[in-house]
Each structure stands twice: as structure tokens, then as C-alpha cells.
Design a protein. Structure first.
Length: 284
């Protein structure tokens, strides 16, 4: 059964970012992220791409795990001075920043994670990617549970890139009451069709907003295709970036539009708890 979470009462301004980080340069990438957060003035939530702090560059992530990882304590708190510019940007902007990182946990696990920098400047390893893609399995451990972020009455499920390719991942967030889905990602050039289809579908599947951030540009074979977007609950883009070039895209989420969509399209309340008895197979 879908959890009964009240609809938000006020609009919320969010921003999604597409940008090109430098492989291995956590200090420089944190400074770039802080600069971009500053461009999203007025946004209460800002989403940056997957693994933005070390950059999504497997050769570097493999060669220098010590330099590219940030450490989390048992409660998930991250205390790393390299992230100080982001703390300042979050405090100055009164925003919650969601940014991709490689995280080393006390038990030795290494995960692709979303850090949340809250408006007080506290940094938390909020969510670990559950669905690892391809060679990521050689470098990282899969996350063990879902997570959500609550901002001004808006509940957002957290996903990372390949998570969003699985309808059940977004659906789990919606069933838990999410009004939106935040997906930092790293889509490579050539995947534009899938990039645009997956996240629009997750919005429509679950009648929720989707905020999709993506890396952009870079050198082959690790060249990324931008297209950062915010999708409304029927899957239409409110804003979308180009396939190349840095951009900060701002949109306002409307609780009235969310409520109207969910009243008109009742998949969340109509869904079956299971698909019935064993399937019937016919021979043609």
C-alpha cells in the first residue's frame, strides 16, 4: 500500500546542473560545484551529477582510491575539509545540495553515493547506489537500502543513474510517499534516447517530479552528454539542458500540479499488490 504522505503546501524551487569535473581533482571539483550552486540562487534543492567530486573516470578511481574517496563515519557524516566550499555555498544559499561522491565506509565498503550538504553545512552520505552498472562492480559495493530527502514538506526519493533504469526503484520511492525523485547521473555520449526516456518514464510511472543531473563533455571514451532536466509528473520536461556545455537549470515544483496529476492518473492507488496467481501460457 502506498504510504499516505500529505501533498506539499507550497511550491519548491529546484536546480539541476550539468558540468564537467576534472578526474581526481576533488578540491577543484568541490570549488566548481560551489560556484554552480551560487548560480542557482533561490533554489532550495540543487542536484549535481553522479561521482562529481572525483569525476566519473574509472581509470582514476581505480588508480587513486585514497585521493578520490571521501570517508563517512558510522552515522554517515562526512568531515572532509576539501568540501568546505560546498558547505559555505549551501549555508549562503539556504539550500540542500545533492552531489555525487565515492565514499569509504568504516566497514571497508566503497560506494557510489549521493552526499547531501544541508543548509547548516552538515555533509551526510545520504544514499549509496543500489544498481551498479558494468565495470562499477569491480570498484564499488552496492548500496543496501533506499533513502529519501525531506525539504519544506516535499519528500524526494534518492537514486543514482542506473537505479533510474529500473521502474521498481522509482516505484519504491513513490510507494514510500515520495513527491519527487532526484537522480544524479553519468550518461555517456550516444545514450541520449535512453537518457531522455528513462527519467520521463519514471515521472509518469509514479506521477512525481524527477530531477535529473548529468555530467557533460570530457574525453572519449568517458565523454558525457548533458541533457540535465526536471520532469513534471506526466513526464514532460519543464527545463532541459543541451547535449554539450555547462548549465544550471532552475524549475519550480507546483503542489497543485502534483495533486491534479495524481487525481487524474491513479496508478499509485490502483496498482495491485501482486499480479495474481501463476501466469497462463497459451500456444499459438
Amino acid at each position: 500500500m502506498t504510504q499516505a504522505v500529505p501533498l506539499p503546501t507550497r511550491p519548491l524551487t529546484v536546480a539541476t546542473i550539468q558540468a564537467e569535473p576534472v578526474p581526481g581533482d576533488v578540491v577543484g571539483n568541490a570549488a566548481t560545484a560551489a560556484r554552480l550552486v551560487g548560480r542557482a540562487a533561490g533554489a532550495r534543492v540543487v542536484v549535481l551529477p553522479e561521482l562529481f567530486l572525483p569525476a566519473y573516470h574509472p581509470p582514476t578511481l581505480r588508480a587513486d582510491p585514497t585521493g578520490t574517496d571521501v570517508g563517512a563515519d558510522p552515522e554517515g557524516r562526512v568531515d572532509d575539509p576539501r568540501l568546505d566550499p560546498l558547505r559555505v555555498a549551501a549555508r549562503d544559499g539556504g539550500t540542500s545540495v545533492v552531489i555525487g561522491a565515492a565514499v569509504r565506509h568504516p566497514d571497508g565498503r566503497r560506494t557510489i553515493s549521493s552526499l547531501v550538504v544541508d543548509p547548516t553545512g552538515t555533509v551526510t552520505a545520504a544514499y549509496d547506489k543500489q544498481q551498479l552498472w558494468g565495470g562499477e562492480r569491480e570498484l564499488f559495493d552496492a548500496g543496501r537500502r533506499g533513502a529519501s530527502l525531506l525539504v519544506d514538506g516535499w519528500l524526494f526519493g534518492l537514486g543514482i543513474c542506473y537505479d533510474g533504469c529500473f521502474p521498481e526503484h522509482g516505484r519504491a520511492a513513490a510507494v514510500d510517499g515520495a513527491h519527487g525523485y532526484l537522480c544524479p547521473s553519468g550518461y555517456l555520449a550516444g545514450s541520449e534516447h535512453r537518457r531522455d526516456l528513462y527519467y520521463a518514464a519514471r515521472a509518469l510511472d509514479n506521477t512525481m517530479y524527477v530531477v535529473f543531473a548529468n555530467a557533460v563533455d570530457g574525453a572519449d571514451p568517458w565523454r558525457f552528454n548533458g541533457g540535465a532536466a526536471v520532469y513534471e509528473p506526466e513526464g514532460r520536461p519543464l527545463v532541459r539542458g543541451a547535449d554539450t556545455g555547462e548549465d544550471v537549470l532552475v524549475a519550480t515544483l507546483d503542489p497543485a500540479a502534483l495533486g491534479a496529476t495524481r487525481a487524474a492518473h491513479t496508478m499509485l492507488t490502483d496498482r495491485l499488490t501482486d499480479q495474481g496467481l501463476a501466469r497462463t501460457t497459451l500456444v499459438g
